[in-house]
Design a protein around this ligand. Structure first.
Ligand code: AMP
Ligand code: MG
Length: 421
């Protein structure tokens, strides 16, 4: 507000404001998926595969027994019953992890453990429950068809088939499959490393006690959590004073280890604001106002090709801007295609009012009741009230044109803690 006379404010005017959807599309259109990297399996967890991963071999690669028992020829036991058991000679033992040294001939059996390779000559397994050993002989009391209790080669995966499709996110089962198939370093879109800066002469770290007028930096931590939850890797660069040169220098110092930057504060109305002062002349970052409450002033652009998000300073504005612009951008960088939070249609438990020309984001607890979803606001409208976010699980969206959404009115709610208690 530095450029406006005292007492004049432009918060309720819709002039020069960009609709939220337009602002969001501008950001997302300018975001590129990070170039793929081969990462060790454990590091690739949660990342999106950048290619169709093709099986180079059959899985399993050898036929093995699914039971403890005897490997035999099915023709030898075709007529076996408890009354007329088949009597076969035990000629050896098939061990797990070893190539069997014996071959099963007519009238012969090899003792076999679950998972051991089936010796050549045998085509079926008679489980130990249907066998009784008498010295060198085993008597088998049940007929077995060919292939019974044998895990055949390629039963799980045949060579040349796609194990994991391009675009698939790697969870535990995918990691297990890739490990089994010998793909120890899959090609994935990596997690962005995101440098987080807090601007403001008034800020101190949470470990310190404020002098009068100072406040503890909370934005760095809510952004940190949001990044982690999105799967990105935050790097906290700390507090930067309201001095354009310091901000520029800090950004340059971190350039080499950053895939993106997020700063909070210093993007308001006055050109004295530090982020504007540091970057607006270079034309790298656009500063604009979005028709939303909270979170109206925004900066976005690129520094040396790396996306830079200049978020406003107020903690609730930071949270809402993160949810609307930063989170989907992070997911896009990671190659994710579904970047939206789930939405529910709810009924407002109490009225919400705000500026008419903007999309209002009211922090609510949204709960399912017998009558459907109900959204209860968690507190005041002030964009400094971070506790209203901490208590909420959703953002109720009151579209432009509505000044007051009355109790009982329908509302669209974006759920930011889906599936949590
Ligand atoms: P600014 O846009 O820099 O004027 O910041 C707007 C408001 O947000 C001011 O009241 C700041 O003190 C507050 N603010 C800015 N940065 C932070 C931060 N990192 N943590 C908490 N509050 C902040
Ligand atoms: Mg500031």
């Amino acid at each position: 507000m530095a450029d406006l006379p005292l007492g004049v404010h432009d918060h309720d005017s819709a002039e020069g404001l960009i609709p939220v959807d337009v602002a969001r599309a501008r950001v997302l259109d300018a975001i590129q998926v990070l170039s793929p990297l081969q990462l060790p399996l454990t590091e690739s967890h949660g990342c999106v595969s950048a290619e169709d991963v093709v099986a180079a071999e059959n899985l399993p690669s050898f036929a093995s027994s699914a039971m403890d028992g005897f490997a035999v020829r099915s023709s030898d036991v075709a007529e076996a019953t408890p009354e007329r058991p088949a009597e076969l000679k035990i000629v050896g033992r098939a061990l797990i992890g070893h190539r069997p040294e014996v071959t099963v001939g007519g009238g012969e059996a090899v003792a076999i453990a679950t998972g051991a390779p089936v010796p050549s000559g045998a085509d079926t397994i008679v489980p130990v429950e249907n066998a009784s050993v008498l010295g060198e002989f085993v008597s088998l009391v049940e007929a077995a068809r060919p292939g019974r209790h044998v895990r055949p080669v390629g039963e799980d995966v045949t060579e040349g088939t796609v194990l994991v499709e391009r675009g698939k996110r790697l969870g535990g089962p995918e990691l297990g499959l890739l490990a089994n198939a010998g793909h120890a370093a899959p090609l994935v879109h990596p997690r962005p490393r995101v440098v987080v800066l807090s601007t403001g002469d008034e800020l101190i770290p949470p470990t310190e006690s404020p002098d009068f007028g100072q406040i503890r930096d909370s934005n760095a931590y809510s952004i940190f959590g949001g990044l982690r939850e999105a799967g990105a890797m935050p790097v906290l660069a700390g507090i930067v004073r309201d001095d354009a040169d310091s901000l520029k220098q800090t950004v340059l110092d971190y350039l080499i280890q950053a895939d993106a930057f997020i700063s909070s504060g210093g993007v308001s109305v006055g050109e004295r604001d530090v982020v504007k002062a540091a970057f607006f002349r270079r034309g790298d970052i656009d500063f604009y106002k979005v028709a939303m409450q909270p979170g109206m002033p925004q900066g976005f652009g690129h520094i040396e090709g790396k996306p830079y998000f200049g978020l406003p300073g107020n903690p609730v504005s930071v949270f809402v801007s993160f949810e609307l612009f930063v989170r989907p951008a992070m997911l896009t960088m990671m190659g994710r295609t579904h970047v939206d939070r789930p939405h529910v249609s709810a009924t407002l438990a109490s009225e919400v009012s705000g500026p008419k020309g903007k999309m209002q984001y009211a922090r609510v607890v949204v709960e399912r009741t017998a009558e459907g979803w109900v959204a209860t606001p968690t507190g005041g409208r002030g964009s400094n009230l971070i506790s209203t976010v901490a208590r909420a699980n959703g953002l109720a969206m009151i579209p432009p044109g509505t000044e007051t959404a009355p109790t009982g009115s329908p509302v669209d709610v974006m759920v930011f803690r889906p599936g949590e208690d």
